[in-house]
Design a binder for this molecule. Sequence first.
Ligand code: SF4
Length: 350
Amino acid sequence: MEIHVILGAWYEKEKRDLPWRNTSDPYKIWLSEVILQQTRVAQGTGYYLRFLERFPDIFSLAEAKSEDVLKIWQGLGYYSRARNLHETARFVASHRNGEFPDIYSELLQLKGVGEYTAAAISSIAFNEVQAAVDGNVKRVISRLFSVREAINSPEGLKTINALAREILDPENPGRHNQALMELGAGICLPKKPRCINCPLNGICMAIKENRVEELPLKYGKAKVRNRFFTYLIIRQKEKIWLKQRGAGDIWQGLYEFPLIETQSQCTINDYPSLLSEYLGAKISEAQINRISDPITHKLSHQNLRCSFIHISFPGDTSPSQIPGAAISIGEFGEFPVPKLIERYISTSGF
Ligand code: SF4
């Protein structure tokens, strides 16, 4: 029996009932694919439902303020995804009268839509015969055919894409793509794949050649960069200061407390000179109330070592050079902030 037939039958029986599987609306499929690019289903489902409740169609998303889009996305990470969704929604609403492109080549022109996402949307929403190759699919195919090249090399990718096209179900490409992803997410796991429960174990080359453990082959991973952040939680009565992050770095468009970034971890002895440089002459009026222990926050290629210094200005004057703007503490929840800051404030307060 052909691979797609076995896989299709298995999927019909075993697939999880996920909210985006009961629709052919390209807006909803697009949203689910973008969320699931870097997020697991368990975490992404709640975000998907909240996002749709707030922005049920492309027009409501197009008309939204960027702060509101980022706020719904808060905690999900990789915020460029939210910015691209927003920009694309505006484009589709204004240039295409809200009509989503319905072919792969046009989907590929949309901001934030790469080959994988375009193939997923075109096959699932419009039944176009395109193979959607994400990380899960690369792993499954690499094992199924015992691929000898690294999956993160150009040759390896070429081989995987060719094999993915070869085994595609021409009648039902959307279901087939989802079935392969489902197999990768639940059975052909990165560590300890559950081969005994796999519908393809009778034809899997990795099993035949005893290569399951070593596949997929990968070149060395990118180096992790260490960064050292000291956040100043500056308070004056019921006001605190927040600053929006700019372009070209992590968390673009999100808000955070005034930040001092240093080349190495600060010690308690470094703070007086750092703070006087930052707060200028007004340092004598500042009261340091608390300094947190350093917290490590991991991103995909960065380890952030972060401390929080709680400073208050008891009088009515505060330094004019504090970057950002003062807001009332009650408004804090309305601003999109990185997960690190949300977590810190929810456990430690201002
Ligand atoms: S038999 Fe095992 S290694 Fe092969 S595809 Fe299935 S789960 Fe993956």
